[in-house]
Design a protein around this ligand. Structure first.
Ligand SMILES: *Cc1c(COP(=O)(O)O)cnc(C)c1O
Length: 374
């Protein structure tokens, strides 16, 4: 574990982001996506805070394992957990886990759906279906709607607890052809169910990109992930289409282990990358073992109005910064913030390394302690 390198999470910023979200979507219930360890921020403290202080009582994870970890840690809290992709409901050993812990599987395949219906233990369990409206990843097909309705009726089911679909291109303009088609398809699915006498308790289509553009809010629920952690999920060139102005809840801090003067042409570190000019090299306590991946090579980090290039190869336990100046603005032991609460920090890094904030957050490894402030 690290000590001085840490990811500090300010939960009061999460609270502010949530208030801002309520302004964008005042009428919708929030199903907060906390998969992948709360997008790297720590699923359990994030959920605990969100339940206790923000009144959120529905959370989404990707795997049964994540759901079990959440119930194990916070079993006393009466919130709903949805498992979205890695459901494994067909495994006998897993039924009990869903049933006993009231974990709701999001059924996105015909086999899972049939299995759920034909298993008596699930008779009074919430039925949650995810449809493919055009993303072509997971999801029940629209062609199978008549068959699904027939099976529901055959098993005396009169309602769907939560009907879900997911956008493919909503980090781009809302009026993109595929987005419009997905919205139209979802409306058609809802209509078909209702016309067949199947009641829809909850419906949702909107993740961050949709919420940021005011799309899909006619449904009961929204499913924000990234935006509540801070950054907009819109692609850089469409940032102007977003109504989001959240702050990053996490700040990634490291510190300077060593600093030394270098002359033009000196080889530095693995591979002996040659420094282009006289200057300084600062060694920071962050490497790919911490999730500071090799893609950070050559990225220019902004810190206190100066630019620092990640120089040469990123190592497992440290990385080099090149300081292109006559007098060195840093000294050994100094703090160095990789990104702060301003989402521009993270978005700038992403743009340079051709990545996305989702990935930057998720890749932070267990070696970096998460520290929480309220
Ligand atoms: C991850 C996920 C979300 C949240 O997406 P963001 O872009 O982070 O807001 C919503 N819905 C589903 C089905 C997801 O898998």
């Amino acid at each position: 574990m690290r000590e001085r390198t840490q990811f500090s999470i300010d939960l009061s910023i999460l609270s502010q982001n949530f208030e801002k979200l309520k302004i964008l979507a005042p009428k919708n219930k929030v199903l907060f996506m906390v998969k992948a360890n709360g997008y790297g921020h720590g699923m359990i403290p994030i959920v605990q805070y969100s339940f206790e202080h923000l009144g959120i009582n529905e959370f989404g994870v990707a795997t049964l394992g994540e759901a079990l970890a959440l119930r194990d840690a916070l079993g006393q809290y009466p919130f709903d957990i949805y498992v979205f992709s890695d459901v494994q409901i067909e495994l006998e050993t897993h039924h009990e886990k869903y049933l006993n812990r009231r974990i709701i599987p999001v059924l996105s395949g015909m086999k899972d759906f049939e299995f759920f219906l034909s298993n008596d233990a699930f008779t009074y369990f919430p039925l949650c279906l995810k449809f493919n409206t055009g993303m072509n990843r997971l999801g029940l097909s629209m062609e199978s709607l008549p068959e699904i309705i027939k099976k529901l009726k055959g098993h005396g089911r009169k309602e769907i607890f939560h009907l879900i679909t997911h956008f493919a291109c909503i980090s781009g303009p809302a009026d993109h052809k595929l987005n419009l088609e997905q919205i139209k398809n979802f409306e058609e699915i809802k209509r078909t169910f209702k016309n067949s006498g199947i009641n829809l308790n909850h419906t949702s289509i909107s993740n961050s990109g949709a919420i940021e553009q005011g799309v899909g809010l006619e449904n009961t629920h929204i499913r924000p992930g990234l935006m509540l952690y801070g950054p907009s999920s819109m692609a850089r060139q469409y940032a102007h289409l977003s109504n989001w102005n959240g702050q990053c809840i996490g700040r990634l801090d490291t510190y300077v282990i060593r600093i030394f003067k270098v002359n033009k042409g000196d080889p530095i570190g693995y591979g002996g990358t040659l420094v282009p000019r006289d200057g300084y090299i600062a060694i920071i306590a962050l490497g790919y073992g911490d999730g500071f991946s090799t893609k950070y090579q050559s990225v220019k980090l902004q810190y206190k109005d100066r630019s620092y290039e990640v120089f040469g190869r990123v190592n497992m336990d440290m990385a080099q910064l090149f300081i292109d100046e006559r007098s060195c603005p840093l000294k050994e032991g100094d703090h160095f913030t990789i990104w702060g609460h301003d989402p521009e920090d993270v978005l700038n890094i992403c743009q340079q390394m051709n990545s996305i904030p989702y990935e930057l957050f998720c890749q932070l490894s267990v070696r970096i302690p998460r520290e929480y402030r309220i």
